[in-house]
Design a binder for this molecule. Structure first.
Ligand code: RAM
Length: 343
């Protein structure tokens, strides 16, 4: 193949531009230029839900003309997230939005970031109120927990034990939803007399582990319904129930793009979510408002975004504040077609 000198020069320029825009060289090794970026820290890298949130985060950052970076550990642990946060802090980012793998464990790292003038918020899964300026809350956690149990009742006619297939033991968001699931059952003893929560299984937001935990759950023939409040877990559970032709019912939180086949085939009668892209989008605009000083993250503040309009900062149940995205969306056979290409 013959390449003209002009084409070769263009190619060299393009490579240089790419290099200068994202990287710098340090001791012979390439290091990423993080300065002034808004950083998104996900729970784990292979989690598609995290990637969808980052899409919205990135869209907002390009609308605002801010550089964005996506970081997430291979393993869903707080130790790895601490390493990432420390790197971001020393790299000079402007803001950090983290979906936390633990409520308290990230505190020191996040305090260090805030002490250096970096704005810190959590999204999806909160850190404690002292380690953030505010939190982006996808939907009212009480509604999420109660609605999932009510749907399990609807799918089984109120007969048969419940197994919860969640993510990790430390996940703030899942644990809060599970607390409200327990409340729903405890506060309505007559309604749920034949529907005890008999098992809580941890799939660690890993598809294979969610599959094997579902197989274990199914060995208990009292279990008639699985509630999986995680987009990874519900997929693993659906896969197993479909393969086995099981009549155990399934509900939870899932992405229409990943679950449509199981909703269409009846394996999952109904599930819920919100738009994960919007969660990330709102997070980036919240960082910008903190950066510009138009908000401090206190209750009563308000954030305006081009695509979602305005959202208020309100008191959160953990004593801090949060920005509520909106309501739960329900997906079932009647509407899954409209949603499956969206997220
Ligand atoms: C999983 C994650 C995430 C949660 C969604 C619904 O992908 O655990 O934190 O919000 O599910």
């Amino acid at each position: 193949m013959r390449v003209s000198v002009k084409k070769l020069m263009l190619l060299v320029c393009a490579v240089c531009a790419l290099f200068l825009s994202g990287c710098s060289v340090d001791g012979g090794e390439e290091t990423e230029d993080l300065s002034d970026a808004y950083a998104f820290v996900g729970k784990n890298i292979q989690n598609t839900y995290m990637q969808r949130m980052y899409e919205g985060f990135q869209t907002a950052c390009s609308e605002m003309g801010v550089k964005s970076v996506y970081k997430a550990p291979e393993a869903i642990t707080s130790a790895k997230q601490i390493e990432i946060i420390n790197e971001l802090t020393s790299g000079g980012v402007k803001g950090i939005a983290v979906a936390a793998n633990d409520f308290d464990a990230l505190s020191d790292a996040l305090h260090d970031a805030m002490d250096k003038g970096i704005n810190v918020i959590s999204l999806d899964s909160a850190v404690n109120s002292h380690s953030r300026q505010t939190h982006i809350q996808q939907a009212d956690p009480e509604k999420v927990g109660r609605e999932l149990v009510r749907t399990a009742y609807e799918l089984t006619g109120g007969d048969g034990a419940i197994a919860i297939l969640t993510s990790t033991r430390e996940a703030t968001n899942q644990n809060l939803w599970i607390d409200y699931m327990k409340k729903e059952v405890e506060e309505n003893p007559d309604k749920y007399a034949s529907m005890p929560i008999a098992d809580i299984a941890y799939g660690d937001d890993d598809l294979m582990r969610s599959v094997s935990e579902t197989e274990r759950i199914l060995r208990n023939s009292d279990i008639k319904v699985i509630i999986a409040p995680t987009a990874v877990g519900i997929q693993g559970a659906a896969q197993v129930l479909a393969e086995k032709g099981s009549d155990v019912k399934l509900t939870g939180l899932g992405m229409p793009s990943q679950m449509s086949q199981y909703i269409e085939s009846g394996v999952c009668g109904a599930m819920f979510l919100w738009n994960p892209v919007d969660v990330g989008y709102l997070a980036a605009y919240t960082l910008k408002a903190l950066d510009d000083g138009t908000i401090t993250g206190a209750a009563g503040d308000s954030i305006t975004t081009p695509m979602l309009g305005a959202r208020n900062v309100v008191p959160a149940i953990d004593g801090g504040t949060e920005v509520m995205l909106g309501d739960l969306l329900r997906f079932d056979a009647s509407n899954i077609n409209e949603w499956k290409d969206q997220f």
